[in-house]
Write a protein that binds this ligand. Structure first.
Ligand code: AMP
Length: 304
């Protein structure tokens, strides 16, 4: 099955304790689409860039068979820019600047041929834009949505409207607490499910992720990594791997949702090993499978 991805395409400036990069290609849609493309085809993108977005990056996405017919280019406009800094605790980051640029007046238009896409993955953008995309879709099978504190704080009621229309919400632990006003994550997930999505996934950085539905709590481990260079895009790669696996398998059972969470965690683990999107380039299906299996060993134990 196909996947539609909506989100930012960005030029990111990132500082970590291990180095820094300026204006490197990033954005939620880039990470999600690249990760999903390892499982699903076609992967389609709706987004906007300025004339300054590197052609090499568009070529890379096309080489991964990502359909860019829904990507608008504003000639003379500037691409969305974000900069952030990580300290030694890589779970915490400071956003230094967010320049919306061409995103400020973005009005997403879903091309006719995209409208019947079965799996929709709404990257972290203004919930009003997420909603506009959903209004143009024809009965998707599953809608996965990401969000962040920026929108929870600024567009709370618009976000609530979007939550009524989605099936899966992916967010991190502090965002879950902020949205639900509930410190306990199990209760927070329950409160968020009452807002609309039947599945809530709470990411806990280097401590893994919690997958929750009405009848299940599944605690996915994080892959123990010695070399994390840049956590940027980990959340989006998780969402992309999750969405891609669901699209590939067309199976929304609880057992398959668990697999999708582990594939999401697998893609996130590759992402953070290098700066920007470098860690997601040139993976093989074998490498992905191999790491997926290592996840299984992480928390397997015998009763005796
Ligand atoms: P993640 O690390 O998975 O949360 O996502 C990082 C990506 O999100 C970066 O590549 C940024 O360009 C992008 N990003 C950061 N803030 C925003 C925002 N307010 N709207 C859209 N994209 C953003």
């Amino acid at each position: 099955m196909s996947v539609l991805v909506v989100g930012s395409l960005a030029l990111d400036t990132i500082e970590t304790p291990f180095g820094s990069v300026k204006d490197t290609v990033g954005g939620s849609a880039v990470y999600i689409a690249t990760s999903a493309s390892y499982f699903a085809s076609p992967v389609r993108v709706v987004g906007v860039v300025g004339g300054d977005f590197p052609k090499g990056a568009l070529d890379f996405l096309e080489e991964r068979h990502i359909d860019l017919a829904g990507l608008e280019t504003v000639q003379g406009g500037k691409t969305f820019r974000w900069s952030g800094r990580y300290r030694y605790d890589l779970n915490e980051r400071d956003t230094l600047t967010t320049d919306l640029n061409v995103f400020e007046h973005f009005d997403p238009k879903v091309p006719e041929v995209y409208r019947r896409t079965r799996v929709v993955c709404l990257g972290n953008i203004d919930p009003v834009l997420q909603r506009k995309v959903l209004d143009q879709m024809e009965q998707p099978r599953v809608v996965i949505c990401d969000t962040m504190n920026y929108w929870i704080e600024r567009k709370s009621s618009e976000l609530r409207d979007t939550l009524h229309l989605i099936n899966v919400l992916v967010l991190n632990d502090s965002e879950a607490r902020l949205l639900s006003r509930e410190p306990n994550l199990i209760k927070a997930a329950k409160a968020i499910r009452a807002m609309g999505p039947g599945v809530v996934i709470i990411k806990k950085g280097e401590h893994g992720a919690l997958l929750t539905t009405e009848g299940m709590v599944f605690s996915a481990p994080a892959y123990p990594m010695e070399n994390i260079f840049d956590p940027t895009g980990a959340g989006d790669s998780f969402a992309g791997g999750f969405a891609g696996w669901l699209a590939k398998t067309d199976d929304m059972s609880e057992a398959n949702l668990k697999r999708a969470v582990i594939y999401g965690s697998t893609l996130a683990s590759f992402c953070v090993e290098r700066f920007g999107i470098e860690g997601l380039k040139d993976l093989t299906y074998l490498q992905i499978q191999d790491r997926f299996r290592q996840f299984r060993e992480l928390s397997r134990f015998d009763e005796e």
